[in-house]
Write a protein that binds this ligand. Structure first.
Ligand SMILES: C[S@@+](CC[C@H](N)C(=O)[O-])C[C@H]1O[C@@H](n2cnc3c(N)ncnc32)[C@H](O)[C@@H]1O
Length: 213
């Protein structure tokens, strides 16, 4: 679903800094070889993630949902000296591609890849993070958010992708559509959380940006 006209989207892209050759190649290869390539953040959102990361300049980033590594590489652009990204991907079939993509970048030694279920991996993580990107299965967004909150430094940020869910968040609930139901619950939970402030940005499929007070 396009929230703005395709012409305007094209205009936005033309007036957004170019992505690197490696990111372009990852996008192309993902489209050609991997299921559901629309899941990849892509040029516009990728430049937004890189910009946010540069603004925060975090020493610790946690990403839930690596897919083929595109967004991890965008977020890595803003890491502080000595900083690290931990990224979690459940689909073991993607591991070789993720490692190959990340190893071709300048950030290979700054990205720690965990293959497995984020629900079991997150509780084992000991670090504090200044930026968390939630971009995995929608039904667990609220659980991920609660799990990472204690690991987020105060003044730190959480970004959650797909919070407009192709516009379904404003439609009446359809019985059995758990993903939409859980995204709605997540958005409600975030906006009413006392120790958080948030802004829902209509970028691509909706990005929720949350700051821990
Ligand atoms: C939307 S894609 C991530 C896209 C990626 N962040 C990007 O922008 O290029 C979601 C990914 O989350 C993974 N995923 C789904 N459930 C998960 C879970 N419980 N733990 C870890 N990863 C999960 C999926 O296999 C998929 O690769």
């Amino acid at each position: 679903m396009h929230f703005i006209s395709e012409d305007l989207e094209e205009y936005c892209l033309k007036h957004t800094s170019k992505e690197s050759d490696l990111l372009e190649q990852i996008d192309r290869e993902t489209s050609a070889k991997v299921l559901n390539p629309r899941m990849l953040s892509g040029h516009l959102q990728g430049r937004f993630l890189a910009m946010i990361s540069r603004m925060i300049n975090p020493t610790g980033i946690l990403e839930i949902g690596t897919y083929t590594g595109y967004s991890a590489l965008c977020l890595a652009e803003g890491l502080a000296e000595g900083g690290k990204i931990t990224t979690i991907e459940k689909n073991a079939e993607l591991e070789n591609m993720i490692r190959r993509n990340i190893n071709q970048s300048d950030y290979a030694d700054k990205i720690e890849i965990h293959i497995g279920n984020a629900l079991t991996i997150i509780p084992e993580l000991k670090e504090q993070y200044q930026l968390v990107f939630i971009d995995a299965d929608k039904e667990n967004y609220s659980i991920y958010f609660e799990m990472v909150w204690e690991k987020l430094s105060s003044g730190g940020f959480v970004l959650a992708d797909n919070v407009l869910w192709s516009g379904k968040v404003i439609e009446p609930t359809v019985a059995g559509d758990m993903d939409t139901e859980r995204i709605k619950m997540f958005n409600e939970m975030v906006v009413s959380k006392a120790d958080a402030e948030c802004v829902l940005l209509p970028v691509r499929d909706g990005l929720m940006l949350i700051r821990k007070r």
